[in-house]
Design a protein around this ligand. Structure first.
Ligand SMILES: Nc1ncnc2c1ncn2[C@@H]1O[C@H](COP(=O)(O)OP(=O)(O)OP(=O)(O)O)[C@@H](O)[C@H]1O
Ligand SMILES: [Mg+2]
Length: 357
């Protein structure tokens, strides 16, 4: 799929902008604070209806204005989809081909954007919740049921923690909630296991393209409990043996909300043993890999890389660009790097001019 056009009104620093995009590589080149990342934020908003920077929607509305608008056209094979987003103080409204969308999570069926932002280079060293977030976003995109399960588990955890906070704990109620929780968690572990298995296959292929040496990558997932035929009993026992600790801390200390994964490069954990460059390159590989997990070619995600090139040496820059050329549509921001075989957009003070190819 690719985004063929975008229009912004009062979005971030943009007053009014209309741009046509090509498939292949699109480059936003401009000085610091010119509006490059703001543009990627708009593209990402179309997919997940939020900024990738973790800010509230109101930050996206141009200073002193009351609403922000994003209009876009997305092409999948020969099918064109129009997406209209309105953000104001009250909330957001999204139309797909002029029809209102209730379930915002369904939007990424129409447009799927993967953003790599500069801080993603730390994904392996960061807190576990950053890696869980990676799992949650990518698995939800492949299977909408996953999102529903995470939502259910979040609510069950809230209920369970509420019970744990009471002066007099209702153990009957606690057992009921714990059992419900355990059942939902099983499905999440299964989906996470499957995703990591699939990811291990593709990530090795991606790494072969971007790194010169022969490297063996293994992503290792740590479920809070191993799945077995006896799962229900074993999980119940595990929650029981942790109950004292849960009561002391007035919170649930085990579960899928505490899980993590690591990436081993030739048998060594990249977070503790990898160089900064290796962390950067493998973080890019990890973020790009879900592209290849989408079977239907016409549904391949759009890749947006914010400020990635400047941190790589010349050789790795070339390898990455050569690799990106093969993808459906890619957006790259840079302050100074000249990229061949790409559509170039000069960004200056939140205005953009397309330089012909
Ligand atoms: N809601 C808003 N209203 C008006 N201006 C905004 C808003 N949000 C951000 N900006 C402006 O946008 C600018 C940042 O734009 P952006 O992050 O896209 O820059 P950039 O080109 O990616 O720069 P860099 O190369 O430094 O990463 C800032 O100067 C900021 O003041
Ligand atoms: Mg930027």
């Amino acid at each position: 799929m690719h985004i063929s056009q975008i229009q912004l009104k009062n979005f971030r620093g943009y007053y009014s902008l209309k741009l046509d995009f090509s498939s292949g590589i699109n480059v936003f080149i401009g000085k610091n604070a010119s509006g490059k990342t703001n543009l990627l934020e708009a593209l990402h908003y179309l997919s997940l209806t939020k900024s990738f920077k973790g800010v509230e929607d109101k930050e996206l509305i141009k200073n002193k204005e009351s609403k922000a608008i994003i209009n876009a056209e997305v092409i999948e094979n020969t099918k064109k989809t129009r997406i209209d987003v309105l953000i104001n103080e009250k909330g957001k409204k999204i139309l797909i081909n002029d029809k209102g969308v209730n379930k915002l999570s369904s939007l990424n069926k129409f447009v799927n954007v993967i953003v790599f932002e500069p801080q993603d280079v730390n994904i392996f060293k960061d807190l576990p919740k950053v890696r869980r977030n990676y799992l949650d976003i990518n698995i939800s995109k492949l299977n909408p049921l996953y999102n529903e399960l995470i939502y259910k588990v979040d609510n069950l955890l809230k209920e369970r923690n509420e019970i744990l906070k009471q002066d007099v704990i209702d153990f009957n109620q606690l057992d009921i909630i714990t059992l419900e929780l355990i059942k939902e968690e099983k499905q999440i572990i299964e989906m996470r296991e499957k995703f990591i298995n699939d990811l291990n296959v593709v990530v090795n292929k991606v790494v072969k393209n971007l790194k010169e040496e022969n490297n063996k990558i293994k992503i290792v997932y740590f479920p809070f409990i191993k799945l077995s035929k006896n799962y229900l009993n074993e999980a119940t026992e595990l929650y029981k043996s942790n109950l004292e600790n849960d009561i002391k801390r007035k919170a649930t200390n085990i579960g899928i909300h505490r899980e993590d994964f690591i990436l081993n490069l030739n048998g060594m954990n990249i977070a503790t043993n990898g160089s900064q460059g290796e962390n950067r390159l493998l973080a890019i590989c990890l973020k790009l890999s879900p592209y290849f997990l989408v079977d239907e070619k016409s549904k391949h995600p759009i890749i947006a890389l914010d400020d990635v090139l400047s941190e790589l040496d010349n050789n790795h820059q070339k390898k990455l660009l050569g690799f990106l050329e093969k993808l459906d549509q890619v957006f790259i921001t840079t302050t100074n790097i000249n990229i061949k075989n790409a559509s170039i957009y000069e960004i200056d003070n939140h205005h953009a001019i397309r330089r012909t190819k």
